[in-house]
Write a protein that binds this ligand. Structure first.
Ligand SMILES: C[S@@+](CC[C@H](N)C(=O)[O-])C[C@H]1O[C@@H](n2cnc3c(N)ncnc32)[C@H](O)[C@@H]1O
Length: 205
């Protein structure tokens, strides 16, 4: 059990302006790569981590069985109409990804979008995803990360102390974090430079 009131309050505060900030150009740009990633959702039990206001829901294939969590009750409140409109099974719960209230090996697949830039202690969260996935189960992520290249690396490093105050870190090495949590990474696809990417990984058998 983690009592992280600071993270919860930060995202509760962000909830009211979140759609205004990201639902325009940014979300439209990510439609195709998000749809491609979520099209790998199978028909078994799926965990979706950090639903936010539910902007990802219209990109989910229909008729899936999805449990979606978020640390922020205010985000999930705003997601409610999109949750209700999803043509399949979609239930939500307020939960911290670093302390999931699910048994071991409970899910076939886990998906995230723009999440592991925000979770404090990301490897701890990724280890929880590893625990709740069945052996052979897959993790699919749409994430923005730090960059290896000049000048982006320095810009993202310099901006992170500020961005962290209101939202995400901009300079995380999420692919390495996924490997550190025990996953086998089998696909990394660039979406924008080496900053926005999809990552697919498997829990070894
Ligand atoms: C940048 S938003 C992304 C929301 C949504 N996936 C999207 O792309 O619009 C990050 C989300 O991560 C959630 N979050 C941050 N830390 C978390 C944690 N430890 N456990 C669960 N959710 C968390 C926040 O509440 C927020 O909704």
């Amino acid at each position: 059990m983690i009592a992280d009131g600071h993270t919860r309050r930060k995202w509760d505060r962000a909830a009211a302006r979140y759609d205004f900030m990201v639902a325009g150009g940014q979300e439209r740009r990510w439609t195709l790569p998000k749809r491609a990633l979520f099209s790998t959702m199978g028909t078994g039990p799926i965990l979706f981590v950090a639903l936010g206001t539910g902007l990802d829901i219209p990109h989910f294939p229909a008729d899936r069985d999805i449990t979606a969590i978020d640390i922020s009750p205010a985000m999930l409140e705003r997601a409610a109409p999109r949750v209700a409109a999803y043509p399949g099974r979609l239930r939500t719960a307020v939960m911290d990804v670093r302390a999931l209230d699910f048994p071991d090996a409970h899910f076939d697949q886990v998906f995230t979008a723009c999440t592991f830039c925000s979770v404090p202690d990301p490897v701890r969260g990724l280890r929880e995803l590893f625990r709740v996935l069945r052996p052979g189960g897959t993790l699919g992520m749409f994430e923005h990360t730090g960059s290896r290249y000049f000048p982006f690396k320095y810009l993202l490093d310099a901006m992170t102390p500020l961005s962290r105050l209101v939202g995400p870190d901009l300079n995380r090495d999420t692919v390495s974090n996924v490997m550190r949590a025990g996953f086998d990474v089998f696909e990394v696809r660039p979406v924008f430079l080496d900053i926005v990417k999809t990552i697919r990984a498997r829990k070894p058998l």
